[in-house]
Design a protein around this ligand. Sequence first.
Ligand code: SF4
Length: 330
Amino acid sequence: MLTDKFGRQITDLRVSVTDRCNFRCIYCRASEPENYQPPEHLLSWPELERLCGILGRLGLRKIRVTGGEPLVRPGVEEFIARLAALGLYDDIAITTNGYTLAEKAPTLKAAGLNRVNVSLDSLRPERFDRITRTRGALKRVLAGIEAAQAGGLDPVKVNAVIVRGFNDDEISDFARFARHRGLVMRFIEFMPLDADHIWDRTRVVPAAEMRRGLEAAGLPLEELPRHYASETALRYRFADGGPGEIGLVAPVSEPFCGKCSRIRLTADGKIRTCLFSQFDHDLRGLLRAGAPESEVTAEVERIVEMKEDGHHINDPDFVPPNRTMVFIGG
Ligand code: SF4
């Protein structure tokens, strides 16, 4: 089992398969075009598969495929099938903006995908366009969520990043949407990972405030136990027993770093030991130099030893990470 110097077991891998995305969300991407990596810098599917195999044999058990937007990279369904064929991961999930999910849900499920998180930051078409800097995409995302549920992906979770002054007035609408569809609705506090640096503390809506807002809107909640210690969301069901579930992800107001079990692999072959790391650790060079598995394994163990204790967002001398969200993946 891979363990860091704080005794945290590392069991969860987030693997970014692209730095590209067909949306340009305000809490993630820059308003100006970004410096994408040239394609040859990105790991090929066989390289990604090899690294996921090595990390799986090191004890990582849950894998989440992310981006950018993972569904824009051709071949992602085959990649999921190859991950499943490794027989190392108990849980294969994906985080997507849902734009092409309606078409791809059946093939992803057939390939071995277990569950999906779909980003949805507004239920109002014009506001959705403003937040994602797209046009008319909401309908497709809602159709994607429906197709994922109908296609047997389970659970289907919907992620909304709540930004004060942008969409915090929709929290109870989202909760009713989750009740109506029997979904897991996760509200995520806004984090300083955005390329345009609009993040400041006044734009963060703390999880406790979101919960009070739901209670005030006539949607009282009852706490549920976490599925596992390092789960990022505080889980709730509706007190009246209604369908659906609410998750509050509070990295800013109630950090959960003490139980962190995650590392990330970026699309260009770097290990990030924390979402807020100041630097990356390259594995692509080792891979392309033909290093044997034992050498890659030793390097990963050395890297995990350096995993940060936490994000320090609430420290006065906090420094944002060296990469923005689109180049890290959720
Ligand atoms: S901020 Fe870093 S240490 Fe904290 S939970 Fe996220 S990845 Fe883990």
